[in-house]
Design a protein around this ligand. Structure first.
Ligand code: GLN
Length: 486
């Protein structure tokens, strides 16, 4: 039974997994609690494009049957998970927040979705997002904006804003998000939850609708570091269906949490704490670093001298890849088609894409097409690739001296809805601390490190390629120390 004070939907996944194992609660009760919260808050938050209430209860009952049977049951069994609407779910609408896919129902599951369902997760629904993942606020969705559960007049961040808001509000326990330039970490920071973007190649991208294929990565959002580690265990691993998925062993990420931070060297990039960063955020991040230092980790100043080129390189490479990836939405293969009032095929393409895509997506397709066009390719696309290499080189150099790197996630607090919608450049600049990790393929995690005026602040921990264990270990240590107030 739920206690009056703490509802099941406010518990962490690991706490619920424990209660399920001890027979104190049922998966049905957890699911009921989550949907009760959805009934109470979804109208104002708008975290979901689609909820899957009926199948969720069926999955919960199946989980309960497994618990009755006993045996070795995955930790994710019976735990509600929300999935970003850019991941294909068999038989369930997958819109990518776009009119062009408003009625698209995939015939297969993305590998990450299949993995969580095989592990017994209860699918709560598909979460809201910026159209095709292009944005930092979840305002550019056909489903309307997602609001920040901490302040309904502010943005939830994006593009996985629905996933972060759902976990933050108790409308789900865990969520899958995707991160091309910050889309897991930034909304996690804005909504006060924990989100990890794994190393490029750690999680299969099969069934993830591509935005920028060399940058996209699927990851986990939860209330705690352990919750993220638990789901990361389930979604990681080599997949022959994704040729970029890495053939590396998946460690037990939960094990990493127990190790301490004695002797861990934390790099502090001097270039990241300069002009443009809200000084109150800087203070919070430094406080977190100081806490870890006091408890056995050491601080090493580092430089990432090419980071001023990260935003430019990212927005050239991401748009170039997007312009190519989004060519498949032509009104023929799937999704929306403008069928009436046309005389030939070209006109059908034109009208379908004109009506099917939103403003920001069109802006990026045009920008991407431009930077790839003959005569401009060398000046823009190639140059951006060179910058990408230099940015990666900076990290390689830094990681010779440190075990992890500590930075802010965002330069500012969650801002008001609509505040940056008319100024794309201002919007792009919000991604300053997140995009370089995608360019370098590195893993990164955002976790809450306090509040300013009741608004959450995120701390970013960056790791070496395929060293998510280090990030999780440092993150878990911080979580423990902060909770104990030491
Ligand atoms: N805000 C960035 C963009 O608009 C990142 C988005 C993402 O990670 N999907 O491209």
């Amino acid at each position: 039974m739920e206690s009056q004070t703490t509802q099941l939907c406010d518990q962490s996944a690991m706490a619920l997994a424990g209660m399920l194992r001890r027979g104190e609660i049922s998966a049905r009760e957890i699911t009921q609690s989550v949907f009760k919260r959805i009934d109470e808050r979804e109208k104002s938050i708008n975290a979901f494009v689609t909820t899957t209430r009926e199948t969720a209860f069926k999955q919960a009952d199946l989980a309960d049957a497994k618990f009755r049977q006993g045996g070795d049951i995955p930790l994710l069994t019976g735990i509600p998970v929300a999935v970003k609407d850019i991941l294909c779910t068999k038989g369930i609408k997958t819109t990518c927040g776009s009119k062009i896919l408003a009625d698209f129902v995939p015939t297969y599951n993305a590998t990450a979705c299949r993995n969580i369902l095989d592990a017994g997760a209860v699918l709560v629904g598909k979460t809201n997002m910026d159209e095709f993942g292009m944005g930092s606020t979840t305002e550019s969705s056909i489903a309307g904006p997602t609001r920040n559960p901490h302040d309904l007049e502010r943005v939830a961040g994006g593009s996985s804003g629905g996933s972060a808001a759902a976990v933050s509000s108790g409308e789900s326990i865990l969520a899958l998000g995707t991160d091309t330039g910050g889309s897991i970490r930034q909304p996690s920071a804005f909504c006060g939850v924990t989100g990890i973007k794994p190393t490029y190649g750690r999680v299969s991208r099969y069934g993830l609708v591509a935005y920028a294929s060399s940058l996209d990565q699927i990851g986990a959002i939860g209330k705690t570091v352990a919750d993220c580690a638990m789901m990361l265990n389930v979604i990681s691993g080599h997949d022959p269906l994704d040729t970029t998925s890495a053939n590396v062993k998946t460690p037990d990420f939960l094990k990493a949490l127990k190790e301490g931070i004695e002797g861990i060297r934390m790099g502090i990039p001097q270039d990241f704490f300069a002009e443009g960063l809200d000084s109150r955020i800087k203070e919070k991040v430094f406080e977190a670093v100081a806490l870890l230092e006091k408890n056995g980790a050491s601080v090493v100043p580092i430089n990432l001298p090419h980071s001023p080129y990260a935003i430019g390189a990212y927005y050239l490479i991401a748009t170039a890849e997007a312009s190519s990836n989004l060519a498949r939405f032509d009104g023929v293969k799937y999704g929306f088609r403008n069928a009436g009032d046309i005389t030939d095929c070209m006109e059908m393409y034109l009208k379908t894409r004109t009506k099917g895509f939103g403003m920001e997506v069109k802006r990026r397709i045009m920008l991407g097409t431009y930077v790839l066009s003959a005569g401009y390719y060398d000046a823009y696309y190639l140059k951006a690739q060179k910058a990408r290499k230099l940015i990666k080189g900076d990290f390689d150099e830094a990681f010779k001296k440190v075990d992890c790197i500590m930075t802010p996630v965002t330069p500012c607090l969650p801002f008001a809805l609509g505040e940056k919608m008319t100024d794309p450049l201002q919007m792009y600049l919000v991604d300053i601390y997140t995009v370089s990790l995608n360019l370098a393929g590195l893993p990164g995690m955002s976790l809450p490190c306090g509040k300013i005026n009741d608004l959450p602040v995120g701390l970013q921990i960056v790791g070496k390629p395929f060293d998510e264990e280090m990030i999780l270990r440092v993150g878990a240590a911080y979580e423990r120390l902060a909770a104990a107030g030491r």
